[in-house]
Each structure stands twice: as C-alpha cells, then as structure tokens.
Design a binder for this molecule. Structure first.
Ligand code: HEC
Length: 110
C-alpha cells in the first residue's frame, strides 16, 4: 500500500520533470508572440509613413527574412539590442510566416 503510493508519486514527479524540461528547452517559436513584439518593439519606429521606413512582413521574402535574422543585424547594431534571442525567434517565425512569398502574406495591421 505505502510502497505503491510511493511509486505513483515518483512516476508523477518524473512526468512533471519532463514537462518542465520541455518548456525550458523552449517550445516552437510563436508567431503570436512575434507579432506582439513587432507591434510593441519595432512598430514605434517602423509604422506606415514613419521617417525610418515602414517595416511589415511583406517587405521581404521568406528567404530574405531568414538571412536577415541569421545575420542578426539592424543596420550597424545587433538585433539583440531590441529583443532577446528567444524573442527574436518568435519575431522571425511571424515575419517568415507572413512574408511576401508566404502562403499568408500580411501587413501586420499597419
Ligand atoms: C529606435 C527606432 C527603431 C526601432 C525600435 C527599430 N528600428 Fe529598424 N530601423 C530604424 C532606423 C533608423 C533604420 C535605418 C533606416 C535607414 O537608414 O535606412 C532602420 C532600418 C530597419 C530595416 C531596414 C534595413 C536594415 O537591415 O537595417 C529593417 C528591416 C528594420 N529596421 C527592422 C526592424 C525590426 C524588425 C525592429 C524590431 C526588432 C526594428 N527595426 C526596430 C529604427 C528603428
């Protein structure tokens, strides 16, 4: 009785540990989060008509966005000046998913 309870607890603890590990390893990049970061971090400088130029997913193809994030540069500065590496993965997922040659091109609501 007592020992079977122990086993149940041990099995549950192991399962929980695996879930926590999976979450910490970072699940798939999130387009939804990427869109949020775009609106919050990039749009203040890059909305339509802004002097720094409008940036939307449509300004590049999927391949161009991938190499943009691979280079990790925003002009002369690092993209990590604006967002963490993890957040940049989310942003990349969003921009690639809606790039000019993507199945769902879009402008990110202006
Ligand atoms: C503080 C204002 C500011 C913020 C915030 C900002 N940018 Fe920029 N961005 C600029 C300026 C200024 C330029 C340079 C314009 C030029 O000289 O062509 C630029 C240029 C760009 C370019 C064009 C070419 C290049 O590689 O430099 C892209 C793409 C770009 N930004 C994307 C982004 C993204 C994505 C974010 C959010 C992570 C972002 N920007 C955040 C001001 C900003």
């Amino acid at each position: 009785m007592t020992s079977s309870k122990w086993i149940t607890t041990a099995v549950m603890a192991a399962g929980l540990g695996a879930m926590v590990a999976a979450a910490a390893a970072g699940a798939k990049p999130s387009e939804t989060k990427g869109k949020y970061y775009m609106l919050k971090t990039c749009k203040p400088c890059h909305k339509a008509g802004s002097k720094d130029g409008e940036v939307t997913p449509l300004i590049h193809t999927q391949a161009q966005w991938k190499s943009y994030f691979k280079a990790g540069k925003h002009g002369k500065e690092e993209l990590t000046k604006y967002l963490t590496k993890e957040q940049l993965l989310d942003l990349e997922a969003f921009l690639v998913a809606h790039a000019s040659d993507s199945p769902q091109p879009m402008t990110c609501g202006g």
